[in-house]
Write a protein that binds this ligand. Structure first.
Ligand code: NCD
Length: 356
């Protein structure tokens, strides 16, 4: 269904809209057959993923020369972006900010609501509506699941609509992290991600990166997933149901030792204790969900070790020296993939791909 048809049917009530099936909501966040608001991993199909990764590669190459970098920076130099990051962030914030600068955007930011008018009692909804008066793009990280989606819903109905990109929404989704993760898997694994076994380790219940990454796997044939977590922090049923519906084989275990041998990629994550309600993380023995120097002998020569970062002690520091540890490369990839996504939203990716 086209967005315009959808608009006439769309409920004016946010709660009703929010409760709808994701597939019914997706057209509302598209315009002219392209993503307008990037909110969920389910918005990406294989064609778009391949295209975005091609754009990211091309931008990377172009940016190596001053002429190429100046060309990229001219494409959207008439645009302004707002980064509204009210949950801690280092790499997502910086990579988005620099992705904007690569394309010529001017950026402004709010990272602390205690110094915005929210402290005077303005609702977050009114506060984000204010941005639309000043900027052409909102990139947002928020602790409440659904809040980024609500912002996009509000902005889409506003007189001056502004696209919204999800930079992490509570425990729910982090779609652009999933994009850079797949880009990294494709570029580091011979033959790409298809047919590979990916082992995701840690707090899978509350980790939004592993959730968004699992959704993207529907676009790749023959992928097998192994979820390794403490019993209290297993992957949620909605993701397991999604995988079953899309015939993606998965298995769950709490023992990393035996499964690391069969992995083509091991995706480590930290415990997400900011979501604790009564100190539940303290009861978890997380030491069994760590990757150590000695484990390097057990894994395949071609297996890569990933992490969305920040890490605590899930990966021993000395592992960084091994060529199979790709998390710093993964982090760098984020800026290029995010720049490619912004180029797509603003319809300049053809110009980038055509540039010699
Ligand atoms: C992740 C996040 O914020 O969900 N970090 C990131 O964006 N690279 C993972 C985490 O915080 O553990």
């Amino acid at each position: 269904m086209k967005r315009t048809e959808m608009m006439t049917e769309v409920s004016p009530n946010w709660d009703q809209f929010y409760r709808q099936d994701i597939n019914a909501k997706i057209p509302f966040f598209c315009r002219e057959d392209r993503i307008y608001d990037c909110l969920f991993s389910q918005q990406f199909d294989r064609h778009l993923l391949d295209r975005l990764f091609g754009v990211a590669d091309k931008m990377r190459r172009l940016a190596q020369t001053k002429a190429g970098a100046d060309f990229l920076a001219s494409l959207l130099s008439h645009k302004r972006a707002m980064l509204y990051f009210v949950q801690p962030s280092t790499r997502t914030f910086l990579s988005f900010q620099n992705a904007c600068h690569i394309l010529g955007f001017k950026t402004s930011e709010i990272r602390d609501t205690s110094i915005s008018s929210e402290i005077k009692g303005e609702t977050p909804e009114d506060s984000v509506r204010t941005f639309s008066s000043y900027v052409d793009l909102i990139i947002m990280r928020h602790p409440v699941p659904g809040f980024v989606e609500k912002t996009a819903w509000v902005m889409n109905r506003a007189k001056r609509p502004v696209p919204v990109i999800n930079g992490g929404s509570g425990k729910d989704q982090h779609p652009t992290q999933a994009l850079l993760d797949v880009y990294t898997l494709n570029s580091c694994l011979k033959g790409g991600v298809e047919g590979k076994t990916i082992v995701m380790v840690g707090d899978l219940k509350r980790g939004r990166t592993v959730r968004s990454l699992s959704y993207l796997m529907k676009n790749y044939k023959g992928v097998r997933l192994v979820f390794v977590s403490p019993p209290q922090l297993r992957m949620e049923k909605d993701i397991l149901d999604f995988l079953s519906r899309h015939l993606i084989p998965y298995r769950e275990t709490d023992d990393l030792g035996p499964v690391m041998r069969e992995a083509d990629a091991i995706y480590m994550t930290r415990i997400q204790d900011e979501h604790d309600t009564a100190g539940e993380s303290k009861k978890v023995d997380y030491s069994r969900f760590c990757f150590r120097q000695k484990d390097l002998k057990a894994i395949k020569d071609t297996c890569i070790i990933m992490h969305p970062l920040p890490r605590r002690d899930e990966i021993e520091l000395s592992v960084d020296e091994d060529d199979r540890a790709v998390y710093w490369r993964q982090e760098r990839n984020g800026m290029w993939v995010r720049a490619a996504l912004i180029a797509h939203i603003f319809s300049v990716e053809d110009q980038i791909l055509k540039r010699s």
